[in-house]
Write a protein that binds this ligand. Sequence first.
Ligand code: 9MR
Length: 377
Amino acid sequence: MPDTHDSAAAHGASEGDRHGIHATLNLTRRSFMATGAGAAIAATARIPPARAAPTGIPFGGAIQFEYFDDRPYRQAFLDHCDIVMPMNELKFGLLQRERGQFDFSRSDTLVDFARDNGKASRGHAFLWHSTNPPWVDALNDERDTESVVIDHIERVADHYRGRLASWDVVNEVIAHEPREAGGPLRDTIWRRNLGPRYIPLAFETAARADPDALLVINDYDLEFAGDRYDARRAVMLDLVRQLQDGGLHVDAVGCQAHLYAHFKVDVDALARFKEELEGMGVAFIVTELDVIDFQIRGGVEEQDAAATVVVSDLLDGVLSGRPPLAVVAWGITDRYSWVDDAMPHEDGKPSRPLPLDVDLRPKPWYDAMKARLLAAS
Ligand code: 9MR
């Protein structure tokens, strides 16, 4: 999970920092693009065709293997979603716990469930800083790390070729506070051993391994109002530009949209960000929507009212310009979510992060969102 999500407010940057964005952007073209891993992909940007246009913007949910035996839970994905994707089961540490030994059993169960029921699915994620096995965290040699990246992406993409519509190629590569020393990229095992070139290396390998999957760069905190969020949007635009300069395809930017109910979405900045991406031929996808309401006082009514505002603001930004590829929620019901584990209410009141409550009843914000997605085809 984003390591310091809960302290986002504490990271509010000083005015002076704002001017440091580009000064700290150490992605020189040379270091960034030195992938050394074969021919570059054609530079033509492609906006993927909108999917399922006649029935609106596709809605999805992330499903978890550990709750798969809960039949009503499973059924809720079939009742509500066009896309059903594994939440955790395609992460590095779950697929390749031991080096060279791949276990696709859990992820296959979920991807097959989606496909057998006529649903699309998507992959999350080839490279992340979290949920890596101990042997990955112990890597310390550049060439060795490079071969691990290439081998993992090739094996996994190959296994799922034709079965996943898109892949989060890299996840959360931007530093939580990108203007701090060491930014703008997050310090990860991949960056430590390979430098920033691990990002184009991952995109190049993924494009070769599954040429038909849409390739997504996925991150959080891209939607709120404030200097740190402006900085994160700027870094994302720079990353996409540099990947394209190197001849690589980025099909879409994934906006996780873990929405703090007490924060303000910057609708205009989000719309502008999306428009800039569209200008570069890059689409937009909401990948991990949920509502984080631990700061909301009162009861269910207050929680749902705050959620309605923050989700509606997000949609105002996201639905301006071209339709997003999809909106995917990070779960489906409040029965199971990371939110209460990571950011519980002080008084022990349950969070209400997801489209359906614990009894699988739709929230008002979910009904409103579904109507807007349907109308936006
Ligand atoms: O919701 C996921 C939780 O079940 C896992 O334990 C955790 C660690 O793998 O990851 C959570 O999902 C994260 C996602 O992969 C990336 N963005 C933030 C999500 C919430 O932490």
